[in-house]
Design a protein around this ligand. Structure first.
Ligand SMILES: NC(=O)c1ccc[n+]([C@@H]2O[C@H](COP(=O)([O-])OP(=O)(O)OC[C@H]3O[C@@H](n4cnc5c(N)ncnc54)[C@H](O)[C@@H]3O)[C@@H](O)[C@H]2O)c1
Length: 276
């Protein structure tokens, strides 16, 4: 059975990378897809490109704006009748030495990566609870976290803080939402080849280091990530680590945190150079 056929899916961050790939995979699976992004023109371009596959709708949305998210959810329900899947996927990265973080960097990370997810849940979860129960299922909230939400990520400390928050929120809400037949999952990829690195805020001299770590072509692409994420959603997994690297890193850390220390030491040395 295809659980996406005919369902309504709202995907934030749908203009680029993993969000655009999720949109494409969901359209292919027969869903009615709404791509929401602060980059409205970009979301429209993705929607236009999906016209031959079945079509998607683009809307402008800054997820850090609580009222805007509530209005967008109302708009989607009025146009499509429901929100069956909410993909809280929009996110931003700040990379570098925590000593170089400005207050604005912490705020941006919290506003988009944490409050953006909270606003989605505030706007959509109560609606899902009220939706008709269809065979023990009322809806599914899928939050894009990261392997940085499961293990230490030096050089990405503020980002890792937000993704740990998303994981904690997801696994806890999942247990609460079960009684309402609403599902909750967190997608936790390791590095995926997307434009995220281009938009990331670099705090210091990390550009060269970023090129070495985040741009290597061997990283899985966004389509791979979307396919694996949707496979995990189908199976109603709580945590969906997506890539072999994420699976291995997460399992090693759970067995014995020290097993990851060679990796985290190298990351700290590469991405967070000591200041003079
Ligand atoms: N690329 C990776 O290596 C990687 C790894 C793990 C997790 N993730 C997570 O995956 C998600 C998608 O990242 P991506 O790699 O596709 O990045 P991306 O930069 O390609 O896409 C992110 C999208 O989010 C949008 N966005 C940013 N701020 C927004 C806001 N305030 N409101 C609405 N939209 C906003 C951007 O315009 C962009 O279209 C993020 O949550 C990211 O943290 C990415």
């Amino acid at each position: 059975m295809n659980p996406f056929q005919g369902r309504v899916a709202l995907v934030t961050g749908g203009a680029s990378g993993i969000g655009a790939a999720l949109g494409s995979a969901l359209v292919d699976a027969g869903a009615q897809v709404v791509l929401a992004d602060v980059n409205a023109a970009g979301a429209q371009r993705v929607a236009d490109a999906l016209a031959n596959q079945g079509g998607a709708t683009a809307i402008a949305l800054d997820v850090s704006d609580r009222e805007a998210f509530a209005a967008a959810a109302t708009d989607v329900v009025e146009r499509f009748g429901a929100i069956d899947y909410l993909f809280n996927n929009a996110g931003v990265a700040v990379i570098g030495n925590t000593l170089d973080m400005a207050s604005a960097d912490w705020d941006r990370l919290l506003d988009v990566n944490v409050r953006g997810v909270i606003h989605g849940i505030e706007a959509v979860y109560p609606r899902m609870v009220e939706q008709p129960d269809r065979g023990g299922w009322r809806g599914h909230i899928v939050n894009t976290a990261s392997i940085a939400g499961l293990v230490p990520a030096p050089g990405f400390t503020g980002y890792a803080m937000t993704k740990h928050a998303v994981v904690g929120l997801s696994v806890s809400l999942r247990e609460e939402a079960r009684r309402h037949n609403v599902r909750v999952s967190a997608v936790c990829p390791s590095i995926i080849g997307t434009p995220m690195a281009d938009g990331a805020r670099l705090l210091g001299e990390e550009r060269r280091l970023l090129d070495r770590t985040a741009r290597r072509p061997r990283f899985p692409d966004a389509d791979y990530c979307a396919r694996k994420a949707l496979a995990g959603v189908r199976r109603n997994r709580a945590l969906i680590p997506v890539t072999p690297a994420a699976h291995i890193g997460w399992r090693l850390y759970r067995i014995w945190p020290g097993l990851l220390r060679p990796v985290t030491r190298r990351l700290a040395a590469e991405l967070a150079p000591l200041r003079d």
